[in-house]
Design a protein around this ligand. Structure first.
Ligand code: ZN
Length: 308
């Protein structure tokens, strides 16, 4: 039983319009689900990802309009890293980001920048046999597109505290002092710590809420039992309609979710129509009218290039 790397990352935006423009038009991800925070349905939740919305490339945002600006601190993820395929891709992205006025720094095979709300992002050239989970965009050649998540990095005061849970319960393999990999039958991902800044974190716009690791559907109950056994404080397995999830804080304070690779986002929308309308789990369908009236109207840049 192994986790298949990162399933999704969920972060916070104070401005869904600007967020959608950046991740879809600039970074070339596809809006693959337009939904709500299932615990607080009045909160819009946008999911970006690859062409078919596959686990491994899903970045979600809760929109809290006008929320305070956040700051990553101890117990929070502070950087997301996507794979790209080549040095050529790295050069392409440096040019593209410059053209958008996005400051960036290159460190070897890594290109670092921030989203409009300060969330730290990175593209890294990685050689891997994992399937490239790309989305199509008229200005981004397929071979240069983002290929799904490689890693997340968190701030911690003492990563050793997390070691028993990461290795003993979750089956992560240690790569170096504060770096762990997890690899299943189809995909892998990385979790790493950096030493935490002195200032405490603030959960606000431009910060990460949680990271979800992907589990085979048949394994979910076993993962949950193992987490309970380890005293992790894991929630019961919750049916999120597109997947089933359990949540807990790992000992360094980062909110983890273990979630199933299926049934997936095509459960209620054909792949070619993903993200076009507000998608609600059946249990929340009765709120549709009220919710649709309350959300910021969004125009998806993709609609202008998808229909011709
Ligand atoms: Zn989640």
């Amino acid at each position: 039983m192994r986790l298949e790397g990162i399933h999704h990352v969920t972060a916070i935006t104070g401005d869904a319009r600007r967020n959608l423009d950046f991740y879809v038009r600039v970074l070339g991800l596809r809006l693959v689900k337009r939904s709500v925070n299932q615990d607080v349905p009045s909160i819009l939740q946008l999911y970006y990802g690859s062409e078919n919305g596959a686990p491994g490339a899903i970045l979600a945002f809760y929109e809290y309009p006008g929320i305070q600006v956040g700051r990553a601190g101890a117990g929070m993820i502070h950087r997301l890293s996507w794979r790209i395929g080549s040095e050529r891709a790295l050069a392409f992205w440096a040019r593209r980001l410059s053209g958008e006025g996005v400051e960036h720094e290159r460190h070897g095979a890594h290109l670092r920048f921030r989203d409009p709300e300060g969330l730290e992002l990175e593209l890294v050239v990685v050689e891997t046999d994992d399937e490239p989970l790309t989305a199509s965009h008229p200005d981004i050649p397929d071979g240069l597109a983002l290929q799904g998540f490689d890693s997340v990095r968190a701030f911690a005061r003492d990563p050793e505290r997390s070691r028993a849970l990461l290795e003993g319960t979750l089956g992560f393999e240690r790569r170096s002092d504060a770096v762990w990999d997890t690899r299943g039958s189809g995909r892998g991902g990385r979790y790493a710590y950096d030493s935490a800044p002195v200032k405490p974190g603030i959960q606000g716009s431009g910060t990460v809420h949680h990271v979800a690791w992907a589990a085979a559907e048949d394994d979910q109950e076993h993962w949950h039992a193992a987490l309970v056994e380890a005293g992790s404080g894991a929630t019961p397995v919750i049916d999120r309609y597109w997947f089933r999830s359990t949540y807990f804080r790992e000992p360094s304070g980062v909110l983890f979710e273990i979630t199933t690779t299926g049934p997936g986002f095509a459960l209620d929308e054909p792949v070619e129509r993903l993200g076009e309308r507000l998608a609600l789990p059946p249990a929340l369908e009765h709120l549709r009218g009220e919710l649709e009236a309350g959300f910021t109207p969004l125009s998806n840049p993709r609609t202008s290039w998808a229909r011709h």
